[in-house]
Design a protein around this ligand. Structure first.
Ligand SMILES: C[S@@+](CC[C@H](N)C(=O)[O-])C[C@H]1O[C@@H](n2cnc3c(N)ncnc32)[C@H](O)[C@@H]1O
Length: 270
């Protein structure tokens, strides 16, 4: 993983929250909130919370006395999440690296993490850290994207942007968000971290947007793909976005667009 892959700052939080979240994260956040809330947990830790899509879905389902600690590596994402959430005295916002969590052992009933594990430089360390946080009988609920070929827009954007930089194609989307999809490896990493009860459910959904341009802008300007494009030539960000728009429009047309998305949803315990 390149260093810039985990940098969500500058213009990224706003584009991420307004364009990426409705496109591909909202639907899975609804599922994750249900999976967490089903056991009526008294204390929940969320890692890699980003701009707060899971927090917004889960907070209304937790009890009045619940403790909900919401963390992310990048303070600008957390600031965005906290501003959207509004006052809620059950929620504690704290910047934290999921690989070095600043909380006592056995503090939480559930640790949840939506689409964050792909960014962990060492998954076994990140999973062991989640397990350390859990009370006996606690659960670690998390999700990762399936391979890029199962996620239509990410694949189309990656291929279109590659044509703008043929000698050094930006591969962020394939390398990181879609680079950790092997369920055998995920199981093995969880076992090495100490989990014994592991369930993995592969879920397909349909991603929709008002236009191809919304999708292209979301991926090219609302994710660290932007960092990769700007590192090559900041003046080509708009051209890259235009080429991605054309690629999606050539399949979906000029109006509303839709594409398959697919992810693995994992519950680990023991
Ligand atoms: C694709 S976003 C997912 C955000 C959110 N969970 C969602 O579903 O929209 C990945 C998030 O992981 C965060 N992140 C990256 N590395 C991290 C780490 N080591 N510890 C905690 N968060 C991390 C990033 O700041 C970013 O907000």
């Amino acid at each position: 993983m390149a260093e810039s892959d985990k940098v969500f700052s500058g213009s990224i939080p706003k584009f991420y929250d307004t364009l990426m979240v409705p496109l591909i994260f909202d639907a899975y956040a609804t599922d994750m909130a249900q999976l967490v809330a089903v056991s009526s947990p008294g204390a929940v830790l969320e890692t890699a919370a980003g701009s707060g899509v899971v927090t917004r879905a889960l907070a209304p389902q937790l009890g009045a006395d619940a403790r909900y600690v919401v963390t992310d590596l990048n303070q600008p994402m957390l600031d965005y999440a906290a501003a959207r959430q509004g006052a809620d005295n059950r929620i504690e916002w704290q910047q934290a690296d999921a690989l070095a969590l600043p909380f006592d052992d056995g503090s939480f009933d559930v640790v949840c993490c939506q689409f964050g594990a792909m960014f962990f430089p060492n998954r076994v360390t990140g999973y062991a850290e989640a397990r350390r946080m859990l009370k006996p009988g606690g659960r670690f609920v998390f999700s990762v994207w399936d391979r890029i070929e199962e996620n239509a827009f990410a694949d189309e954007v990656t291929n279109a942007v590659a044509l703008v930089f043929p000698h050094d194609p930006p591969r962020f989307l394939a390398r990181t968000p879609h680079g950790y999809h092997d369920v055998a490896l995920i199981r093995e990493d969880l076992r090495r971290a100490g989990f014994t009860d592991i369930k993995i459910d592969t879920r397909e959904k349909l991603s929709r947007a008002p236009s191809a341009r919304d999708v292209a802008t979301a991926y090219c300007q609302g994710t660290p793909l932007r960092n990769e494009i700007e590192a090559r030539d900041a003046g080509l960000l708009q051209l890259a976005t235009d080429r991605a728009t054309q690629a999606i429009a050539s399949r979906c047309g000029q109006g509303p667009v839709a594409g398959k998305i697919q992810a693995h949803v994992i519950v680990a315990a023991g």
